[in-house]
Design a binder for this molecule. Structure first.
Ligand code: 2YC
Length: 283
C-alpha cells in the first residue's frame, strides 16, 4: 500500500469542485454519483441519510505518524459530499473518545496498514482498499457506457485490484488479470471464478489470466484498471485513441506522454473516489 505524502493531497480540498466537473465530463456522474454506483445505491435514497450521518475523522499518530492535511482532506471530501464531518481536536485514543462523546454515527481513521470507515450503529468496517477498488471499477463502467460483455484488464491483483475485479465481474465484464507475480493473478482468478454462478455444473468463468492461451495482451484491451503502485505499469504502447483507464494506483501508472494521449479518458486521484465510496458504503 503506497503511503501518501502531503504533497499528493494538499490541494484536493480546494479543487473538489473542479474535480467534480472533470468526473462528470469523463463518467457522466459526480463524485457522489460514482460512489453511489460503486455501492449500488441511488442518489435520491442516500441524500436524506447523509444529512443525519455525522462523521468524526480521527488523526492517528501510530507508525510513521500523521500525514499533514490527511485528516483535513478526508473531512473536506465528506463535507463536500454532504456529510456533517469534522476532524477531532484530539488524536488517537483521545480523538476516538472525543468522537464517541460527540455522538457521531461514523468514524474514519487510518494507521499505516489500514484506512477504515466505521459505522458505529451497524459495527461495519469499511476498508479503503476494497471501496477504492469498487469506486474505480464503477468509474470505468461509467466511462465504458457499461462493461457488460466487454473485456476489461485489471493490472495488479492486490486488495484494490481484487475488489475492482470482483465488481467488474459482477457487472458482467470479461476480466483479464495481470500481475507481475503470476500466481497472484491465478489465485484471484480461482477465487473469482468460484464465485460465478455455475451453469449446468460448469463454472462460467469470465475471469482469465494474462499469458494463458487465447487471452488478449493488454494492447488488445480497451478498458484498463491500473491498481499497481508502479509508475510505468501501463506502457504508452498499449494506449490507443479509444483506451479508457481507471487508475487508483499511486503513483499513476500512465506516463506523462500516455496521459497526453488519453487524458479525457483517464480517471485518477489520490483520495477522492476512495473516500467517497467508503462514505456511501457507511450509510
Ligand atoms: O494522518 C494520519 O492520521 C495518518 N496516520 C494517515 C496515514 C495514512 C496511510 N495510508 C496512506 O497513505 C494511503 C491510504 C490513504 C490508502 C492507501 N495508502
Amino acid at each position: 500500500m503506497t503511503r501518501l505524502k502531503t504533497c499528493d493531497i494538499d490541494t484536493i480540498a480546494e479543487n473538489l469542485d473542479t474535480y467534480n466537473v472533470e468526473l462528470i465530463e469523463k463518467t457522466g456522474q459526480s463524485l457522489l454519483g460514482v460512489a453511489c454506483h460503486a455501492c449500488g445505491r441511488k442518489l435520491s435514497e442516500i441524500t436524506p441519510l447523509m444529512e443525519e450521518f455525522t462523521v468524526g475523522v480521527v488523526p492517528v499518530t501510530a507508525g510513521q505518524g500523521i500525514i499533514t492535511t490527511f485528516s483535513h482532506t478526508v473531512a473536506s471530501i465528506l463535507v463536500y459530499l454532504g456529510f456533517p464531518a469534522s476532524v477531532t481536536e484530539a488524536m488517537d485514543t483521545s480523538g476516538l473518545a472525543e468522537a464517541f462523546e460527540a455522538g457521531v454515527r461514523g468514524i474514519m481513521m487510518s494507521d499505516d496498514n489500514r484506512f477504515v470507515a466505521l459505522n458505529l450503529n451497524t459495527q461495519r468496517v469499511i476498508d479503503n482498499s476494497v471501496f477504492t477498488g469498487r469506486g474505480y471499477a464503477a468509474a470505468l463502467d461509467l466511462m465504458a457506457g457499461g462493461v457488460k460483455g466487454k473485456t476489461v484488464g485489471v493490472v495488479g491483483c492486490g486488495p484494490v485490484g481484487s475488489a475492482a475485479a470482483g465488481w467488474l465481474m459482477n457487472a458482467g465484464a470479461h476480466v483479464v488479470l495481470y500481475d507481475v507475480v503470476a500466481p497472484a493473478a491465478r489465485l484471484l482468478r480461482d477465487l473469482l471464478s468460484g464465485s460465478v454462478n455455475s451453469d449446468s455444473g460448469k463454472t462460467l468463468s469470465r475471469v482469465s489470466v494474462a499469458g494463458d492461451d487465447k487471452v488478449p495482451g493488454l494492447d488488445q484491451v480497451r478498458y484498463i484498471l491500473d491498481a499497481t503502485p508502479v509508475a510505468n505499469a501501463i506502457p504508452d504502447t498499449v494506449l490507443s485513441d479509444t483506451t479508457c483507464v481507471a487508475a487508483p494506483g499511486v503513483p499513476l501508472g500512465v506516463s506523462p506522454t500516455g496521459y497526453e494521449k488519453i487524458a479525457s479518458r483517464l480517471v485518477h486521484d489520490k483520495l477522492e473516489i476512495g473516500v467517497a465510496s467508503m462514505a456511501v458504503a457507511m450509510l
